[in-house]
Structures are given as structure tokens and as C-alpha cells.
Write a protein that binds this ligand. Structure first.
Ligand code: NAI
Length: 385
């Protein structure tokens, strides 16, 4: 079994270390900050205690898992790794520096992976002399609980490295999907309208925050509404992803960020963590009740899901991933109630197209343009499954 090296002992690195150690690997977790390492170690101990209390792990197993992880404040400790996963701050120059230094320490067949959410893998790989061994391995937060992992080969990555990395992550009992090295990969690209279109409906005054969240949960079947979810993620984090994806798509209007969310960030109303976002979380705060009119709710759900489906179809059109992987990504990475392509079949592709054409006609905005693949499939009377 390969030794696993993890760079960055924050939320993601610590979670990935737990997953790898649980699968039986010996793991070295490296961080430049001693406090990050001690915090990671104590958090893992309490997670293990809870799993033992709940009967999910035997006490000896929990001890073994913890013993398999060693904590290091110097990069040299990673020299015997067979695979390294980097999960440090989301900054291209810093990541490239780390990839360039790590390459001189490890054996020539060590796989080098980044957990980046939004940076180009080709660009990170370019920092290495043997760039064919570099790829993206993108976990979701919290890594021990979320089943999905996106595997992202760069244009430089050797096929054998992609296969080997995928086999390793599959053996960690994760569900892997293969994604092209394009902004947001699958999930962070296809999910944009969940936030963006909901905010747009709010900005137009069609419905308020509570009503849109209610509709998406009660009628749409989503686990959380878009406003609850962005308050939970943090508007600083969610806004940066939106802005990064927008810029990376050369300013395609489909991914345009909103002023509403930008102002929340500027006002430091970051969501739950700051006590206020779209909702007020201060003690005793009374938030508005939803308008539970079914017709309005259905209009909201239809509009947002049509935009999500269009995004999923366009990802398929541009060969970002297979239909199966696009559907798996959204159900296993962000808990959507159904795969979007399966949902498209269920709704009827002609219905989805009509809805998008209506929006496009009313607003004359490029963001509502239907994917050419949707139009083609309707013309040919085809379905995805
Ligand atoms: P974090 O801020 O919780 O942890 C980053 C850790 O990296 C910190 O402990 C920091 O001390 C350490 N670090 C920074 N520079 C370093 C260096 N040069 N060498 C060694 N350690 C260094 O960040 P988080 O949330 O764990 O994110 C890490 C990566 O994972 C980012 O690329 C992020 O985009 C990606 N990601 C984050 C997700 C999330 O929901 N938080 C989800 C999926 C991916």
C-alpha cells in the first residue's frame, strides 16, 4: 500500500488524512503551522471518540487509524510517499512553489495531486518537471462524509497516472467521477445556477428569501434552500468561487456574480459564521415566514431547475464528463435529489427547452441561452437514458 502524504492540515487536508488512514494507509500530514497540526490531531481524536461512542468503529480500530497518521512541520517528512495530495491555500503561485519543491524530494513515480476547487491543473502541473504525474483529486467538504471525488487529469497527465489515482481513491470507498480540467470541474460549474438564479429571482422581487428556500426544499426536494446553503457555506467563500468561475470562463454572462451577494460580503454579513447573511442568526431573531403559494413555488423551482439542467446538458455537450458522471457528481457531491440529466428526461426535454426559450425571449440575456445539445436532442426526440 502506498504511503500517503498530505500537504495542508486544514479542513480538507485533515479530512483526507482521516479517509486515507481509515482505508489502511500510513499517512504523513504536513503543515507549515504547528498550531494547524495540533488542532488537526485533537479534532481527529474527538471525531474518533464520537465514532466509537456511536458504535461505528471499535476502540482498537480508532486507535490504529490515529496511529497511522504522523504529523510533520517539515516537507522532507513526505519523501517516502507514493501519492501526495496537496490541500493548502487556494493560491496558484503558492501551490506552484510547493509542487516544484516537493518534486525534488520524492521518488520519480510518486503521484502528485492537488485538491484545488478552482485553479487550473495544467497550470499547477507546469511547475513540475515530470508534469505527467500531476492531476487534480478534488474531495468535497467534509471529506470523510461526502462520497464524491472528482478526478481531473490535466492535458499533461499520463493516462496510467489517472487510472492509478482513480483506483486508489475508489479503494478508499469513494465514488469517483472523471472531469475535464475546466473551471469548476463538474460540481462547481453545474451548481452555479442554484445560487445565481435564486438570487436573480430575489433581485427581481418575484419572491423573498424564505419563499425561495421553502420552494426549493418542499417542492424541488433539495436538502437545503439556496439562501440557507450559501449562509452555511459562507458568502465570502461562495462569492469567490462564483467570481473565479466567471473570470475563468472569460466572462461568460451565464456565470455572472450578483451585487446582492457582493454587498453581503462587503458588509461582512457572511452567513452563519458572522451571525447574519440572508437570514439573521442572532439570539431571538425572527426571520420572515415563506409565502407557501404552490403556483409561485412551482414557478421558482421550474426556473432554477431548468437553468441547472441546461448547465448539466452543456457540460455534457462540451465533454466535461460523461452523462453518468455528471449525474453522480450532483447527487453524491452536493446531495441533489436527482441527477440533472435524469431529471431532464423526467420533465421532458421539450418542456425544459420551452422554459429556457421563454426566459431568453423575455430577458434577451445570454445567460438563458439553451445548450445546442438540448435543442438537438429535442429535434431528434432523444432522451439521456
Ligand atoms: P484551510 O485554510 O482550512 O487549510 C489550509 C492549510 O494549509 C492551513 O492549515 C495552512 O497552514 C496550510 N498551508 C498554507 N500554505 C502552506 C504551505 N505552503 N505548506 C504547507 N501548508 C500550508 O483550507 P481548506 O478549506 O482545507 O482548503 C484547502 C484546499 O482545498 C484549497 O485548495 C481549497 O480550494 C480546496 N477545497 C476546499 C473545500 C472546502 O470546502 N473548504 C472543498 C474542496 C476543496
Amino acid at each position: 500500500m502506498k504511503k500517503v502524504g498530505i500537504i495542508g492540515a486544514g479542513a480538507m487536508g485533515s479530512g483526507i488524512a482521516q479517509v486515507a488512514a481509515t482505508a489502511g494507509h500510513s499517512v504523513v500530514l504536513f503543515d507549515t503551522k504547528a498550531e494547524a497540526l495540533s488542532l488537526s490531531k485533537s479534532k481527529l481524536a474527538s471525531v474518533m471518540d464520537r465514532l466509537v461512542e456511536k458504535g461505528r468503529l471499535k476502540s482498537e480500530e480508532a486507535q490504529e487509524i490515529q496511529k497511522r497518521i504522523s504529523y510533520a512541520d517539515h516537507m522532507e517528512a513526505l519523501s517516502e510517499s507514493g501519492i501526495i495530495i496537496e490541500a493548502i491555500i487556494e493560491n496558484l503561485d503558492v501551490k506552484k512553489g510547493v509542487f516544484s519543491s516537493i518534486e525534488s524530494l520524492v521518488s520519480k513515480d510518486c503521484i502528485l495531486a492537488s485538491n484545488t476547487s478552482s485553479l487550473s491543473i495544467a497550470s499547477i502541473a507546469s511547475a513540475c518537471e515530470r508534469s505527467e504525474r500531476v492531476l487534480g483529486i478534488h474531495f468535497f467538504n467534509p471529506a470523510p462524509l461526502m462520497p464524491l471525488v472528482e478526478i481531473i487529469p490535466a492535458i499533461q497527465t499520463a493516462n496510467e497516472i489517472t487510472d492509478e489515482a482513480r483506483n486508489i481513491i475508489d479503494s478508499w470507498k469513494k465514488i469517483t467521477v472523471l472531469a475535464k480540467d475546466t473551471p469548476g470541474f463538474i460540481v462547481n460549474r453545474v451548481a452555479r445556477p442554484f445560487y445565481g438564479e435564486a438570487i436573480r429571482i430575489l433581485e427581481e422581487g418575484i419572491a423573498d428569501v424564505a419563499t425561495i428556500d421553502w420552494a426549493m426544499k418542499e417542492i424541488g426536494g433539495f436538502r437545503m434552500g439556496p439562501f440557507e446553503l450559501t449562509d452555511y457555506i459562507g458568502h465570502d467563500v461562495n462569492y469567490v468561487v462564483t467570481e473565479t468561475v466567471f473570470k475563468a470562463f472569460f466572462y461568460d454572462p451565464r456565470y455572472k456574480p450578483s451585487f446582492t451577494q457582493k454587498r453581503l460580503v462587503e458588509a461582512v454579513r457572511l452567513g452563519r459564521k458572522s451571525g447574519q447573511g440572508f437570514y439573521d442568526y442572532s439570539p431571538g431573531a425572527v426571520n420572515p415566514k415563506p409565502n407557501t403559494d404552490q403556483a409561485l413555488g412551482t414557478e421558482i423551482v421550474n426556473r432554477i431547475t431548468a437553468m441547472l439542467i441546461n448547465e448539466a446538458i452543456d457540460a455534457l455537450f462540451l465533454n466535461i464528463a460523461s452523462a453518468k458522471d455528471i449525474d453522480l457528481a450532483m447527487t453524491k457531491g452536493v446531495n441533489y435529489p436527482k441527477g440533472l440529466l435524469a431529471w431532464a428526461d423526467e420533465k421532458g426535454l421539450d418542456m425544459v427547452l420551452t422554459q429556457l426559450e421563454e426566459l431568453y425571449k423575455n430577458y434577451c440575456e445570454d445567460r438563458y441561452r439553451p445548450s445546442p445539445l438540448l435543442r438537438k436532442m429535442v429535434n431528434e426526440q432523444k432522451t439521456f437514458y
